[in-house]
Structures are given as structure tokens and as C-alpha cells.
Design a protein around this ligand. Structure first.
Ligand SMILES: *[C@@H]1O[C@H](CO)[C@@H](O)[C@H](O)[C@H]1NC(C)=O
Ligand SMILES: *[C@@H]1O[C@H](CO)[C@@H](O)[C@H](O)[C@H]1NC(C)=O
Ligand SMILES: *[C@@H]1O[C@H](CO)[C@@H](O)[C@H](O)[C@H]1NC(C)=O
Ligand SMILES: *[C@@H]1O[C@H](CO)[C@@H](O)[C@H](O)[C@H]1NC(C)=O
Ligand SMILES: *[C@@H]1O[C@H](CO)[C@@H](O)[C@H](O)[C@H]1NC(C)=O
Length: 206
């Protein structure tokens, strides 16, 4: 004799209730607020690449970025995100996102600094007392394959993934090409007319 369907459904429901609950994903911090369900703020050993948001790209990865020089003061060096093509050194082979802090991984101790409109995102390298990292970054997974993304997660700062540009530090062909947040014609340190908008992609996550 067959059990009525409703009983079978109840039995199955009972089985699934007995299964252990899936592990709860850690909720990301406030620096990921309003960035949707794909937002996350912990990731290890990835590289960044700049994808031209409005122009053409040779591939879906974008242009590889490294930590480029951006000045020095006593006991510390300042770094920016530069295209490898314009700064062909790679002292920090990858970065980690640690609860909103974007930390370069290399031989020396590095930390991220706060990011201001019109300025490049900066990093401080020092063997003295590194400043407390700024918890301002968030990554957003590409959860919509049809949505025009490339499949790579993208980086946001201050809850904003759409305000990064690549700008040349000058008009010489050998000028560094650096990431700037909310590039502005009034800012010093780069040639505003060279700027074009990019998405910063996290490459190498599994
Ligand atoms: C990241 O790289 C470091 C240094 O090579 C390694 O110790 C660590 O296990 C890596 N972390 C992950 C999650 O792969
Ligand atoms: C990116 O796209 C812009 C158009 O918005 C274009 O002017 C610029 O040359 C492109 N950059 C590269 C490196 O292809
Ligand atoms: C993608 O294209 C850029 C040049 O625009 C190049 O530097 C980079 O190596 C390419 N990346 C891959 C994964 O092929
Ligand atoms: C990340 O960089 C560290 C150097 O700090 C290196 O030891 C490690 O192999 C790199 N990991 C990956 C996955 O590239
Ligand atoms: C970091 O920068 C943002 C944007 O410029 C600003 O609103 C915020 O007050 C700064 N935070 C600190 C700790 O300086």
C-alpha cells in the first residue's frame, strides 16, 4: 500500500529539518553597506587590474596594477596603485582584503591610508610603527553574469565602486599611470585630461 503523498512530503520535510544548518556566512562590516548580497570584505592574495569602464579592453581581466611609488617622508614610503606597464616593479605581488582594510603583501610592512576625493588611494610602507589600517574597502562579487560584468569581483571604496579612474601623473610618455578616486580637474599631481574611468577587478580569487 502506498503512503499518501502528503505524508511522504511530511516525511521528507522531517528529514531535511534534521540536517545540520549550513554554516552562516559572516556579515561584512559597515564599509560594505548598501553594496548588495555579493559584497564581501575578506579575501586573500589577489591582484588588482583596471578594466576600462567606457572604452575598449584587450581582455576581460584589464590592465595589471602594482604598488607604485608616490613619495616618501621620514621612515615611510607612500605608494599608489599604478599600472605595471607604467611602473614595472612588483615589490608587493598581491594584496589581501582584511575586514575592509586593503593590505599589500610583500617583504615590507604596508598599510592602507584613508582615501579622499580627488586623490589616489594611498598605502604607507614602513618598518617603524605602521598606521592603523583604514577599513574603507569592500569587494562585490559579480552575481549577475548577464549584467555586463566580466565575472571578476570589483572593489569599492567608501561604498562606491564607480568612481575610480586611471590618470597619468604628467604628460611625459614615461609618466606613471595611477588609480585616482573621484578624479578632479582641480587636483594636483596628475593630468586630468588623461583620466578615464576604470573598474578595479580582484583577480586570482578561487
Ligand atoms: C596567502 O599567502 C601567504 C603567503 O604566501 C600564505 O601564507 C597564505 O596561506 C595565503 N593565504 C591563502 C588564503 O591562500
Ligand atoms: C579607455 O576608454 C576611454 C574612453 O572612455 C579611452 O579614451 C581610453 O583611451 C581608454 N584607455 C585605454 C588604455 O584603452
Ligand atoms: C590583459 O590585457 C592587458 C593589456 O591591456 C595585459 O597587460 C594583460 O597581461 C592581459 N591579461 C591577461 C590575463 O591576458
Ligand atoms: C602573495 O605575496 C606573497 C609575498 O608577500 C608571496 O609569498 C605569495 O606567494 C603570493 N601569493 C600568491 C597567491 O601570489
Ligand atoms: C576618510 O575619508 C572620507 C572621505 O573623504 C571622510 O569622509 C572620512 O571622514 C575620513 N575618515 C577619517 C578617519 O579620516
Amino acid at each position: 500500500m502506498h503512503a499518501p503523498l502528503s505524508l511522504l512530503v511530511l516525511a521528507l520535510a522531517g528529514t531535511s529539518l534534521a540536517l545540520p544548518a549550513p554554516p552562516r556566512r559572516r556579515e561584512p562590516g559597515a564599509w560594505c553597506n548598501n553594496l548588495g548580497g555579493g559584497a564581501f570584505d575578506i579575501a586573500y592574495n589577489f591582484t588588482l587590474a583596471a578594466y576600462n569602464s567606457t572604452g575598449t579592453n584587450t581582455n576581460s581581466t584589464g590592465v595589471p596594477l602594482v604598488l607604485g611609488q608616490a613619495g616618501a617622508t621620514t621612515g615611510e614610503e607612500i605608494k599608489a596603485l599604478s599600472t605595471y606597464a607604467s611602473f614595472p616593479y612588483n615589490d608587493f605581488p598581491n594584496l589581501s582584503l582584511l575586514e575592509g582594510a586593503l593590505i599589500p603583501n610583500g617583504q615590507a610592512t604596508a598599510s592602507d591610508a584613508n582615501v579622499t576625493a580627488g586623490e589616489p588611494p594611498n598605502f604607507v610602507v614602513t618598518n617603524l610603527n605602521p598606521p592603523a589600517p583604514a577599513q574603507i574597502y569592500c569587494a562585490i562579487a559579480d552575481t549577475d553574469p548577464a549584467g555586463g560584468g566580466t565575472g571578476y569581483p570589483i572593489l569599492a571604496v567608501h561604498g562606491d565602486p564607480d568612481s575610480f579612474s586611471l590618470c597619468a601623473t604628467g604628460t611625459s610618455p614615461r609618466a606613471q599611470n595611477n588609480v585616482v578616486y573621484k578624479a578632479s580637474a582641480n587636483a594636483l599631481g596628475y593630468d586630468f585630461s588623461s583620466c578615464y574611468p576604470v573598474r578595479l577587478q580582484l583577480v586570482g580569487l578561487y
